[in-house]
Design a binder for this molecule. Structure first.
Ligand code: 5CA
Length: 162
């Protein structure tokens, strides 16, 4: 039995035809990328951080899917998007996604979110994303992340060219 928020993510996977991807609820915390990596036994780079930003001009929310080892270069992303970004508070994240920080998944949100994907995630065979709670993750491939989010690959991280 999954908790209601984790089940919501599993339902979203099932509805999208990805029922083979299974939400795992763990006894250890997966609240941060480091904790999630420790809990599943992978590298921090294989953890997908799901970060919400808000366009300062458009008001549009963006979902940034970032390798757990990387820090977002906000200026670089602003240049790609052509507008400035605001880092919203926890309440906005919950309203937009339907999930609390620490469990925000890459799909199954309260509304459709334009997704930007860190190219560094593509180097791994398997990656792990949050699944609705700070104790839940699911394992997938980078291609499945692309398919599930319809995201576009954009340089998001500090210290990278482009
Ligand atoms: N479950 C883990 C690994 S998948 C996880 O959700 N990590 S995360 O990085 O995607 O989510 C935590 C992120 O939420 C932080 O990196 C930070 O960008 C954001 N965050 C944390 N606290 C706040 C806050 N008070 N207000 C707004 N955003 C926050």
């Amino acid at each position: 039995m999954l908790s209601p928020s984790a089940q919501k993510v599993q339902d979203a996977l099932n509805e999208r035809g990805f029922a083979h991807l299974q939400v795992l609820e763990l006894s250890a915390s997966t609240r941060t990328a480091q904790e999630a990596a420790d809990a599943v036994g992978c590298t921090v780079g294989q953890i997908v951080k799901s970060l919400i930003f808000r366009g300062a001009t458009s008001g549009q929310p963006y979902l940034l899917l970032v390798s757990g080892v990387n820090r977002v270069d906000v200026h670089k992303v602003e240049e790609s998007l052509g507008e400035q970004l605001i880092k919203p508070d926890a309440e906005y994240v919950r309203t937009i996604t339907g999930f609390a920080i620490g469990g925000v998944p890459p799909l199954g949100h309260a509304q459709h979110l334009e997704a930007l994907i860190d190219p560094d995630l593509l180097q791994y065979e398997r990656i792990y994303a949050a699944a609705g709670t700070p104790f839940a993750v699911f394992e997938l491939s980078p291609n499945e992340l692309l398919a599930l989010t319809q995201g576009r690959i954009v340089q998001l991280a500090q210290g990278k060219a482009g």
